[in-house]
Ligand binder design. Structure first.
Ligand code: NAP
Length: 236
């Protein structure tokens, strides 16, 4: 019988999720990846070879997320960095930057864990994705609240789902596809501002974030925790 472990990563076709997928497949694990774009999924799977499989999924759609896990094998872990959202000021009063943001980043991860639960092994590890704005906001109060809510969710789920472990990764600005896909006139000032705000004077790499996520997946004494991989941003 094969001892290969399988991990599910929704958002495994780009950025931090893809970097973690590469780390897991490199050590011999199998990864079930998901994303919305069929083209991106197809090209990512072609590059990864037989150590990964996948299907399209929109994590904001509960039926799509349930279908993603419907024929999944037993899972040793789940990582949910899939999110596409807008942020904005409270005074603007926009639904896109408040309720829609929670749908895209909070409720999507909440229901993904719920849909994955029947497939998770008793010693599985779940890693949610928040962001360091949870404790040091730069404007966008609903975004800060959404990330704080995810960190609270990790604590609550860790209690209810034990012995399954649940933790949260809280990154600072990271040079992922999320930023690379934005116009340079938006990305470069944001990176310059970030260099001033954090202690390591640069955005994180996706490999650094994947390394932190892997630690949370693997370390069997970590549960109910939030790991800030933010170059010292939340210290200042
Ligand atoms: N990068 C940063 O600076 C930073 C900082 C703090 C927190 N974060 C958090 O990290 C997460 C994003 O990670 P990233 O920077 O690696 O982003 P990314 O490079 O944009 O990758 C996002 C991945 O998620 C997928 N995805 C997006 N929305 C989806 C949905 N509704 N359903 C299924 N898949 C979806 C994307 O593929 P498709 O587009 O094909 O769906 C892609 O595979 C977000 O939660 C973000 O808030 C990022």
């Amino acid at each position: 019988m094969s001892n290969t472990r399988t991990y599910a990563i929704i958002g495994g076709t780009a950025g931090i999720g893809l970097a973690l997928t590469r780390k897991l497949t490199a050590r011999g694990d199998h990864v079930l990846i998901g994303g919305r774009s069929p083209d991106r999924l197809e090209s990512t799977l072609a590059a990864l070879g037989s150590s990964a499989s996948g299907r399209t999924v929109d994590m904001t759609d509960r039926s799509s997320t349930r279908a993603f896990f419907a024929d999944a094998p037993e899972l040793s872990g789940l990582f949910t960095p899939a999110a596409s959202y807008q942020t904005g000021a409270f005074r603007e009063g926009a639904r896109e930057t408040s309720e829609d943001l929670f749908d895209a980043k909070f409720w999507s991860q909440y229901w993904a864990v719920h849909a994955a639960l029947p497939r998770l092994s008793a010693d599985a590890s779940v890693v949610l994705m928040s962001g360091a704005a949870s404790i040091r906001p730069i404007g966008a109060p609903a975004y800060a609240a959404c990330n704080s809510a995810l960190e609270g969710l990790a604590r609550g789920l860790a209690l209810e789902l034990s012995p399954i472990r649940v933790n949260c990764l809280s990154p600072g600005t990271t040079d992922s596809d999320l930023w690379r896909d934005r116009p340079a006139e938006i990305r470069e000032p944001a990176y310059a501002y970030w260099r001033e705000l954090c202690l390591v004077r640069r955005p994180a790499t996706v490999e650094e974030q994947a390394h932190a996520a892997l630690f949370l997946l693997d370390n069997t004494n970590m549960t109910g925790n939030t790991l800030f991989c933010d170059g010292g941003y939340t210290l200042r």
